[in-house]
Design a protein around this ligand. Structure first.
Ligand SMILES: Nc1ncnc2c1ncn2[C@@H]1O[C@H](COP(=O)(O)OP(=O)(O)OP(=O)(O)O)[C@@H](O)[C@H]1O
Ligand SMILES: [Mg+2]
Length: 145
């Protein structure tokens, strides 16, 4: 249970400390649930000092923080697998890159499998957050939280 935006940022800090190269995180939840807020918190915790734009229209924002390469997708407006291919997103799948993917269900079949599934549910006040490990790497990350 995350009572407010600051609770989301606190969780983001813990997740950032446990994040590993190659980790693929799917972010589920309705519009306005807090997915981009979590990504913003993770990037800031890792030391990114610039803006974190929601990739609402660009679909992808890229970050390099020290040695870490991060890819933040928001696929809400992805219309088809063809659009994915023509955008050249497959080229982003370097095994060392960290993926934070909003609306992964929009690109089913195109994405690398998730290591972690994060799910936000909007409550009257705050958000409920569920996190599931889907791989060994995901489990390792969860035990560090
Ligand atoms: N734990 C929380 N409790 C209440 N409000 C929160 C919490 N975490 C984030 N918020 C607020 O909820 C909103 C979430 O917006 P955000 O852009 O992160 O949503 P999103 O899931 O990325 O939506 P979209 O699918 O449209 O990209 C922001 O206004 C943020 O301040
Ligand atoms: Mg968003």
């Amino acid at each position: 249970m995350l009572a407010g935006e600051n609770a989301t940022f606190d969780f983001a800090r813990r997740l950032a400390a446990a994040i590993k190269p190659g980790l693929v995180i799917y972010l589920h939840g309705d519009l306005g649930a807090g997915k981009t807020t979590l990504v913003r918190g993770i990037l800031n915790a890792l030391g990114h000092s610039g803006r974190v734009k929601s990739p609402t229209y660009t679909l992808l924002e890229t970050y390099r923080i020290g040695e870490l390469e991060l890819r933040h997708f928001d696929l809400y407006r992805l219309n088809s697998p063809e659009e994915w291919q023509s955008a050249g997103f497959d080229d982003e799948f370097d095994a060392g890159n960290i993926f934070l993917i909003e609306w992964p269900e929009q690109a089913r079949g195109c994405l690398p499998p998730a290591d972690l599934d994060v799910r936000f549910t909007i409550l009257d006040e705050g958000r409920e957050l569920n996190i599931d490990a889907k791989s060994k790497l995901g489990e390792q990350c969860l035990t560090c939280l």
